[in-house]
Design a protein around this ligand. Sequence first.
Ligand code: GAP
Length: 445
Amino acid sequence: MSAKPANDVMEKIVSLCKRRGYVFPSSEIYGGLGSCWDYGPLGAELKRNIKTFWWDAMTNRRDDIEGLDAAILMHPQVWVTSGHVANFTDPMVDCKKCKARFRADKLEEARCPLKPSKSPLECGGELTEARKFNLMFKTFMGPVEDESATVYMRPETAQGIYVNFLNVKNSSRQKIPFGIAQIGKAFRNEITPGNFIFRTREFEQMEMQFFIHPSEDDKWFEYWREQRWQWYESLGIRMSKLRWHQHGEGELAHYAKAAFDIEYEYPFGWHELEGIHNRTDFDLGRHMDATKKDLRYFDERFPEKFVPYIIETSAGCDRTLLTTLVDAYDEIEVKGEQRVFLRLSPKISPIKAAIFPLVNKEGMPEYAEKVYHDLKRKFKVFYDDSGAVGRRYARMDEAGCPFCITIDGQTLQDQTMTVRDRDTMEQSRMTFAQIVDFLDTKVNG
Ligand code: GAP
């Protein structure tokens, strides 16, 4: 795909998100804040649905994974022990001419602010030597702002899981192999955030750490690669747009023995959507050394105590949301008009069905309102009685709503309503009970 159409698609998605209430620039009435975004009514619902879909797959539908919700602020020593204070850095360069900062390892992708058609390698500006820039945000705890009061905004949710390994194991009485899952905010002072909500400084992660015997790491690594791949399939993502990327020696994070990314083909190229890492006993081993707490595992099935190995699955929630939007975005011509369709899976779409009276008379609005209120108890639905029914369909197609239910003259005779499918545009007649079953199957699988 050439650069121009790719940018076009992203611009259209950003504009659709604003128009339909998915994502707004943060603090917009103050001119916005770089790379910070707010989720509007539909975006908040979509994000919640994605998190629930992940949480169900990773915890509720399994017996071997427990949930956790750890604090964002942790003991500062955690980040020294984990290696983040020393190693969680990106190489950074400054342009001596325009003073812009760039990641030294991503110069080809970067744009010069003065000559946006050129990269910092081509624009003629002189770059400084690369130096290390730590990505962790710092703040102060308590009223004194000095070095001893420094705390970090967590750059990954994983450490909250490691320091709670014993608490969760003992309280849940889980035996190895078992996992701990967590969804929560993470913060990174990225040098070059961008591409809408793809890379931001505040974001949410959906992470799971699976604790295993060291001799079984390859087996569980393969197992979790397979599980996570299938999760995107069940989310309705086009599999032709996904691929694996294996980290080479120089690419591996400081804690990883092996790592694979699931990449998606965004309009701006192939990029990481989720990482699956074999973190070995690096994290528990370091926390054990630092705290002198015995984090080794023992039960009668194993000959001796051991520090568990960890297989980690780490997905970005905002990035998954962007992926669902990009994947679902479609434009086609309908009856001579260029129309936008957001083909989100009913499992995660913010609105599951819209209810319309065909006309605002002859008892149809009263019937439609009753259907709306009865369906609302089970599903997120939307009532719309304004404008021609064709325009109402178009609004719902663009908002990502998969089904529209219309109450017409025949409804009052035989209690059936038309259910129109966004993707096939076909309509079928169903009774209320049939609609409830139909939506239940589509939404809950
Ligand atoms: N605990 C391991 C870890 O954090 P990572 O590959 O650095 O690994 C995992 O991050 C996922 O978090 C990424 O695949 C991405 O989806 C998301 N992510 C990371 N940095 C991000 C950022 N600046 N903005 C949005 N999402 C981000």
